[in-house]
Design a protein around this ligand. Structure first.
Ligand code: NAD
Length: 533
């Protein structure tokens, strides 16, 4: 039986069950008490010790931006330098630790994440503005990454014999690379930071983690659990800080053997470029894994099941206010389906409930911060000459208290317009009509990104065409295009959507290790008894 068939994903919480609802409500109430009592604090952690320099930066709740939920001490370059040295020193012992032990420590971390899941879910709701279900899925995915990569390391940890030949032993094995700089985004504040970190740790590397500025409190809670799980002090360091400062420093440092980045295309490309510049004292070529953005399309065929398709499009375009790399931001509707589908989509969108992330009735909550809020509204404003199909209203009572952006759909979008071409990372959907299914596929593929894509169709020939010609890393047929599960739908794209193997898949850990072969002539003559211990 292979790994995929035995791996079980962490079940998502069913919030229609009373006990699940009350557990999360209690966790939110506890967190709110802590916030009222002064809030949470995150600090850099180096060699197992918390370090504080300078004044902290305040963190606010995007659903109610006057509410300060905590403070974050940023790392200085001096601290970052100490973190890299500590993790360089820690590498030798950690790489010699048996894979089984590394895997069991990673499983311990999964157990701790499970144990603290209500608190972590509540904090994601408050700091990242995710709704209940999205926040719960973030925690479940983090647990999945720990469990899956632990089992993967057990599979890859044993050297294997390449061929059996007389007089010669040939073994193939993997060794870790060294210090891995992990640079994380805010939109999956726990899952992605955790996934990149544990992949590196379980495969025998040491890790310096820089979380996103917007979600350092969640990442700090994760960092504490990493130590509680039993990862030795010098295997992991936590460095909150600004990307242009601490992130860049980590990328350029000679101690860094590998950079694992998830984030925007411009930053990813800058990292790839600067990793190619050799720093004095650097020991090898830096490996970069960069998972970047998307401009994902869903195609609605003429014979699509509209009920399914409307649900799938709403979820993909507006879940977490469209702030997912996998979100749908282009909708291509074939021929005669165009007007009828748009009519139904407009009325469903107008009914969406937009409100605080802590309110379980909210379909989606705020965008992450003022900068995103102003940028996305600016994009909508710049496209005002286009035809707006619908804009979902923001209820007056929540409107000005948080960073709420109305779900906005444009119809008849010109294919050269930035709304059609550029990643927006907000609740904005551009629609266009295709004459035929073939043309729809061409329109979908005419894109710099290749991350996710979807097709709603009942036509087997069209589905076969999509399977072979839709240029995306993750293709979804007759379902929504977000919510990939670890192991079941390994996640990642190509073109400008990034370089590297899919997260949560069988090839992912291989990126964190160097393959080696060892060949021994077993027909050698004689032996040296004096050297035997
Ligand atoms: P971002 O690029 O602004 O920031 C990501 C991280 O990089 C942050 O920790 C930031 O501090 C750091 N950073 C910024 N400048 C840096 C620099 N010069 N050097 C080193 N580090 C630097 O991205 P974001 O706004 O946090 O996340 C949104 C983006 O992430 C979107 O483009 C989205 O599509 C992408 N994303 C991709 C995936 C995927 O799996 N492909 C998943 C989630 C998000």
């Amino acid at each position: 039986m292979n790994e995929e068939s035995v791996f079980q994903n962490e079940p998502l919480k069913d919030f229609s069950i009373q006990t699940n609802r009350s557990t999360l409500r209690a966790a939110l109430a506890d967190l709110d008490n802590r916030i009222r009592a002064g809030g949470l604090t995150a600090s850099p952690i180096i060699n197992g010790h918390e370090e504080r320099v300078g004044s902290p930066i305040s963190a606010f709740d995007p659903s109610a931006h006057s509410v300060r939920i905590g403070e974050v001490y940023y790392a200085s370059r001096e601290l970052a330098s100490r973190a890299l040295s500590s993790c360089s020193l820690g590498f030798r012992a950690w790489r010699a630790t048996p894979p089984q032990q590394r895997a069991s420590t990673t499983r311990k971390l999964a157990a701790l994440l499970r144990q603290h899941s209500p608190f972590l879910t509540a904090l994601i709701i408050r700091e990242a503005g995710k709704t209940w279900r999205e926040a719960d899925a973030d925690v479940a995915e983090a647990i999945d990454f720990c469990e899956f990569y632990a089992s993967e390391m057990l599979r890859l940890g044993e050297p294997y014999r390449t061929q059996h030949v007389l007089g010669e032993d040939n073994f193939y094995l993997y060794q870790p690379r060294g210090v891995v700089a992990v640079i994380a985004p805010w939109n999956f504040p726990l899952a992605i930071a955790c996934g990149m970190t544990v992949a590196a740790l379980v495969s025998g590397n040491t890790v310096v983690l820089k979380p996103s500025e917007q979600t350092s409190l969640i990442a700090y809670e994760f960092a504490r659990l990493v130590f509680e799980a039993g990862f030795p002090a010098a295997t992991f360091a936590f460095l909150p800080g600004r990307g242009e400062d601490i992130g860049r420093f980590m990328v350029e440092a000679p101690e860094t053997a590998m950079i694992v980045f998830t984030g925007s295309r411009p930053v990813g490309l800058e990292i790839i470029k600067s990793a190619a510049t050799i720093a004095p004292g650097q020991k090898g070529i830096k490996r970069v894994v960069a998972e970047l953005g998307g401009k994902n399309a869903i195609i609605i065929d003429e014979d699509a099941d509209f009920d399914d398709a409307i649900r799938g499009v709403l979820q993909a375009a507006f879940g977490f206010a469209g702030q997912k790399c996998s979100a749908c931001s282009r909708l291509i509707i074939v021929g005669g389906a165009y007007e009828e589908f748009l009519k139904r989509l407009a009325s469903a969108t107008a009914d969406l409930i937009i409100g605080p992330a802590s309110d379980p009735a909210s379909f989606y909550g705020p965008v992450i911060d003022r900068e995103s809020f102003e940028r996305i509204l600016g994009v909508i404003q710049d496209a005002r000459s286009l035809h707006v199909l619908v804009q979902a209203p923001i209820p007056e009572e929540v409107g000005s208290s948080g960073w709420y952006v109305p779900a906005t759909i444009f119809r008849d979008t010109p294919l050269e317009h930035p709304i059609w071409r550029d990643e927006i990372f907000g609740p904005v959907l551009a629609c266009a009509r295709a004459r035929t299914f073939e043309e729809a596929l061409d329109m979908a593929n005419e894109c710099e990104y290749a991350l996710t894509g979807g097709v709603f169709s009942r036509n087997p020939q069209h589905l076969a065409m999509a399977r072979s010609n839709f240029e995306v890393g993750n293709l979804y047929i007759n379902r929504s295009i977000t919510g990939a599960l670890v192991c079941r739908q390994p996640f990642g794209g190509f073109k400008f959507s990034g370089v590297g193997s899919k997260a949560g898949g069988r090839d992912y850990l291989l990126q964190f290790m160097e393959p080696r072969t060892i060949t021994e002539n077993t027909m050698r003559r004689g032996f040296t008894p004096d050297l035997q211990s």
